[in-house]
Design a protein around this ligand. Sequence first.
Ligand SMILES: [Zn+2]
Length: 115
Amino acid sequence: MTSTGRIDVARCGACGCLSDLGRARCPHCWDDDLHATSVASRGAVYTYTVVHRNDTPEFRDLTPYAVVAVDLDEGWRVVARLEGDPKGVAVGAAVDVAAVHGPDESLGYVAHLAI
Ligand SMILES: [Zn+2]
């Protein structure tokens, strides 16, 4: 996987809300004035779960790992796999998130506990 080091989103020119790239209209105000932008990758864990078993070949050897929902500081929420020991994760913990592309160019996110 390769990291892009930033989180790409769409910002609505009418209301300023963030949404996924690729949408035709803002999901908040339904305006079509959407522009690609990027947001800071720092945020806080909103919630998480720890995966102890995953039979998918790419993840089988990574267990146990945490999957975290992260509220980014600029107002966007992403779901990411937390790299490292899941024992250190907690609701509210500061994390850094990076977008990663797998070998098939699929987009995902990984998070690290902030120091
Ligand atoms: Zn809008």
